[in-house]
Design a protein around this ligand. Structure first.
Ligand code: HEM
Ligand code: HEM
Length: 438
């Protein structure tokens, strides 16, 4: 496959900086994950670690994965789209400031969770003085992007400027929503309206994710694949998305049971996003080295769609609730699928020095073993309730396997991180002479 990203030489240092920040958080999250696993296997470890015990490391593990490793490549895509190519040097410095602000806010959050300051809501542990940190950084980034758009007046076509301002208008409420959502009465751990996740809410959040990743090739300015009819196919894909978004709006919200056939069908509609995602992402030309990551993300995505839907159905859903099957689902979604998609984005931001085959296969196979061992432990919890608390030997074996797989993932993460820092000192800008995203 032809290497075809639209990376200009001026953007490369910023793309590389996004990679360094994201990988640093992946490495941190993996270390915390290893610690969690060690605490589960050897509870006595808590004594020397006190007060930094399991409950304090948990949000560090999950939130550095989400806000660091998973979110930063997407932030990089946004920065890439707004990038004013006529002022590469100045914009580079501003972009790095944004990235540093993001990492500082997340670092402060992690420090507060380690200090016992967690708000105890999954993925929304920000509490007290840490609540405004990330929203303030988001606002800062928003101002930066608006300034870049202003500076591009006269250099970009009116429709390119209009689409940038439109997205800015959509993004402006995000920091305020985020700040609001951290409040104790909003988004409680157990939703009083429904008792938990509903088909509608899972459908809506998945559609949102699809929109974000589906927009990425456009924001990255990737060239369309030369295949005939790709424009028509893309219209079909986005038409399907629009129809499903309408179905989401019309569907029952709030207290809707998963025993309702309409809920099962609604969530089942997502299965169409196996072929649709294939059509969407194959409609663009990606850097050659990212193709295996794209293929891996697609494979994991198909497994996620099928297992996520089956896990929602009555009979199965009740059995897997609160077991490690859901932990396996979370790792399938984030450590496998989103992580592979993350590398696709990082390589579209800076296609130089892609991870080699060895670390690719180490990560993919270790994640697969991690998920299988976790799902197996979950199955033991189903057939022998309480097994996890009485030292069930099968669960312990699964946890040892997960510790080994986690160690391999951690080695891969550090290899990538060290490589990313090593490149910083040796990097020489290279131009592909490709166009700017419009
Ligand atoms: C990248 C996309 C996704 C991410 C990051 C994600 C993440 C998560 C997380 C973190 C949980 C909570 C796990 C726990 O409570 O221990 C969860 C629950 C769940 N997810 Fe996903 N998921 C994704 C996609 C999907 C899809 C596509 C489906 C369905 C087709 C799905 C179905 C479910 C179900 C049924 C639950 C259990 C909800 C409950 O009963 O509380 N997920 N997901
Ligand atoms: C070194 C590799 C890793 C190890 C050893 C590891 C281990 C663990 C452990 C032991 C838990 C707690 C499970 C429980 O509640 O019983 C956990 C939870 C979790 N991990 Fe990891 N993990 C690793 C990598 C990752 C990565 C790379 C991500 C995301 C990109 C991730 C996302 C999560 C999430 C979202 C949860 C919460 C699951 C839930 O509540 O359902 N982990 N992990």
């Amino acid at each position: 496959m032809e290497s075809s990203t639209t990376i200009e030489s001026g953007f490369r240092p910023t793309g590389a900086a996004v990679r360094r920040h994201a990988l640093a958080w992946l490495a941190a999250s993996c270390c915390a994950g290893l610690l969690l696993q060690a605490f589960q296997l050897f509870p006595d470890l808590s004594a020397p670690f006190a007060p930094f015990t399991y409950g304090r490391w948990y949000p560090v593990h999950t939130d550095t994965a989400l806000y660091g490793w998973c979110a930063l490549p997407l932030a990089g895509v946004l920065i890439r789209w707004y990038w004013p190519s006529h002022d590469a040097a100045g914009s580079s410095g501003e972009a790095r400031l944004c990235l540093a602000g993001w990492s500082l806010a997340l670092g402060a959050g992690a420090a507060s969770w380690l200090g016992g300051g967690s708000g105890s809501k999954p993925f929304m542990e920000w509490s007290g003085w840490t609540v405004p940190l990330l929203p303030l950084v988001m606002l800062g980034i928003w101002v930066g992007l608006a300034t870049w758009t202003e500076r591009s007046v006269g250099r970009l076509a009116w429709h390119a400027l209009a689409s940038r301002w439109t997205l800015l208008a959509v993004l402006l409420p995000v920091p305020f929503f985020f700040f609001h959502a951290a409040g104790p009465s909003v988004y409680p751990s157990v939703n009083p309206d429904s008792g938990g996740a509903t088909g509608t809410s899972l459908f809506g959040s998945s559609l949102g994710l699809i929109a974000v990743y589906g927009a990425a090739p456009i924001l990255l300015g990737l060239a369309r694949a030369p295949a005939r009819g790709s424009a028509r196919k893309l219209r079909l894909v986005w038409g399907a998305w629009g129809t499903m978004a309408l179905a989401f709006t019309l569907a029952g919200h709030g207290d809707v049971s998963h025993h309702r056939l309409s809920q099962q069908i609604l969530l089942g509609l997502l299965l169409a996003w196996a072929p649709l995602a294939w059509i969407l992402f194959r409609s663009y030309v990606w850097p050659a080295d990212s193709m295996r990551w794209l293929a891996a993300a697609f494979g994991w995505w198909c497994l996620l769609l099928l297992s996520g839907w089956l896990g929602f159905l009555p009979g199965l859903s009740e059995r897997i609730k609160f077991t490690q099957i859901l932990v396996a689902h979370a790792h399938l979604a984030m450590a496998a699928c989103v992580s592979s998609a993350g590398w696709v984005l990082l390589l579209a931001l800076d296609s130089d020095h892609a991870p080699g085959g060895l670390s690719f296969w180490t990560w993919q196979s270790a994640v697969a073993v991690h998920i299988a061992a976790t799902a197996f432990a979950g199955w033991r919890e189903i057939v022998a309730p309480g097994a996890a608390f009485i030292g069930d030997s099968w669960i312990r074996i699964a946890w040892f396997v997960r510790l080994g797989a986690g160690a391999a993932m951690t080695v891969a993460a550090f290899t990538w991180l060290l490589e990313a820092f090593r490149l910083r000192s040796t990097a020489t800008p290279r131009s592909t002479g490709s166009p700017t995203p419009s």
